[in-house]
Design a protein around this ligand. Sequence first.
Ligand code: HGY
Ligand code: MN
Ligand code: MN
Length: 409
Amino acid sequence: MTQSASIDAGTLLARLRELGEIGRDEAGALTRLAASDEDKLGRDRLVAWLKEADLEVQVDRIGNIFGIWDIESDVAPLMLGSHIDTVINAGIFDGCYGVLSALSVIEAMKASGMKPDRPVIVAAFTNEEGVRYAPDMMGSLVHAGGLDVDAALAVVGTDGTILGEELRRIGYAGPMEPGSIVPSAFIEAHIEQGPVLEAEGKLMGAVANLQGIFWQKVTIRGAANHAGTTPTSMRADAGLAAAKVITFLRQLVEGSASVATVGTIRFGPNAINVIPDFAEFTIDLRDPDLGVWEARQAALTDFLAGLETSDGVTVETEQLARFEPVTFDGGIVRMIEEAAAARQLSCRRMTSGAGHDAQMMARICPAAMIFVPSRDGISHNPREHTDDASLIAGAQVLLDTACRIVSGR
Ligand code: HGY
Ligand code: MN
Ligand code: MN
């Protein structure tokens, strides 16, 4: 006898808060960088929950974790999920909400007595944030065949560690070949991380597409010299050149749909009275339109080349990530909108400004996303917040959409 499936709100909220406490430092900042000790603790907690839910747990060679509700079927699995690694000084919802709501969906299906027509899987992908090891969305990119697993395992982190060694050290270098599971569909619930839903008073986002993401490391070399004796006209100031790039990027995107960020920078020799001869920084450049996004990259290349002449410096670049804009599956997007409407939840189609594992899974199966509102549009910040009612509503829409897919409706 089946009854209608319903999310166990208390358990979902409690798990979000419990996972949100794992990886806090003495000042209370939450950081669980990919393959770190803190990430291990979060993974261990998640695996325990997956086992308590009687799911078969599998880990692949890049550390992606899968909780599998195995159903005898010739239909490929439905996969739901996201990531549990975080940025530095993070909020508690980014990624974790998608993994834990996916688990809640499977538990609700089981509790209702329903029998899906295919296996249902919750996935937690490795290194979605890309803060320690570039590129971001790495685990799902490898799963989707966009990056060779051995090349990914050999990536050297910002701290000089090697991803494969770190995964082995924390016990998450699994045996499964990445990509072994090819889902029939993938759906990711996620906080919006932006201001749109809140500004428009909408409760749900049906994510139809996701913008292009370009990451680049820039190394500028000039000439160290005395800060007091060197005339301005004789300087090859790597620090000044870096500053020019930062202001150029803002002028490039101002008033457009593009966004540009220099999130990391370091100078050498980093002394108050020495003109820097070294500046290394990263660029994150995004736009939803492929043509505009490519034009921005070309303008940046030209500007960097011009600096070598104008500032007497040398400029080296290293591409860290380049993911074209993605369009999600229209059929699943419509199902999400219909599920929201059936619950009288206001919903709007939208573009994702952030990168997500769903954009990689869209390479191998129909994929789409559900957004819930972010208070003040804030994310990648401890003030990241979504109210309980929205978290539960989003998980219920995920459940309703998943139930519709696995019951062939
Ligand atoms: O970079 C991003 O958009 C994601 O948070 N990894
Ligand atoms: Mn995320
Ligand atoms: Mn993020």
